[in-house]
Ligand binder design. Sequence first.
Ligand code: 3PY
Ligand code: MG
Length: 254
Amino acid sequence: MKNPPDFRSRLRAGERLIGTIASLASPEATEILATSGYDWLFLESEHAPTSPLELQRMMMAARDVPCVIRLPNHAEIEIKRALDMGAAGIIVPQVNTAEQAAAVVAHAKFPPEGRRGVGVSRANGYGDYVGPHVAHANARSAVVVQAEHIDAVHHIEDIVKVPGVDCVFIGPYDLSASMHKLGQLDDPEVIEAIGHIAAVTKAAGLALGFFATSPELVLPRLAEGFTLVACGVDTLFLRREAQAVSARLKNAQF
Ligand code: 3PY
Ligand code: MG
């Protein structure tokens, strides 16, 4: 039987991949999300205090659902460790220039494409299949760069030309903040900036990614051709449902 296509192949083929953000350092919460019908999970380590060990255990709980780790920064050690832990890819915040994108790719790929270090890890079956893993890892590890600063908008034509970049994931909140319009996603200049990133990324044949807090905000993006979607956050799901239940019962009149 043929293996199902890996996450990076699906991303590069333009398949629509619906995910959500797992930010709670809880394998149980990750397991609930992983069994709720998502194509992938966005594991958060930029805006959540998840440790590498917690991220690895969250991935174990997700079982066959591909997990892509959003790193806290561009550091070589973060990139290497995320992939060694078995992540299907990395999402790197604030990639604002082609030089930064090239450095990210170099840290994510084994030689000759890059200079990722080799070690016994979960990704190679704890040493059971180091050789086969090294042979296939470059082709199977997705590199997603975030365009979420006005500087990235200015450099997007060069960023998308960097070999090894698979997807540009727009961070609308940071992007709007860098334009001094925090959260004003309907502002014409913010809309124009997002449209420019999207047009250049699509013309380069790369996948486009987006985060939003609700399906209503995601649906227009799907219609525009965004394919890698992270909708919602575990904490928001919990918060919204918890508030709705308490409000309904506490305000009940008989
Ligand atoms: C942003 O909106 O800044 C993000 O990074 C969303 O993931
Ligand atoms: Mg951001």
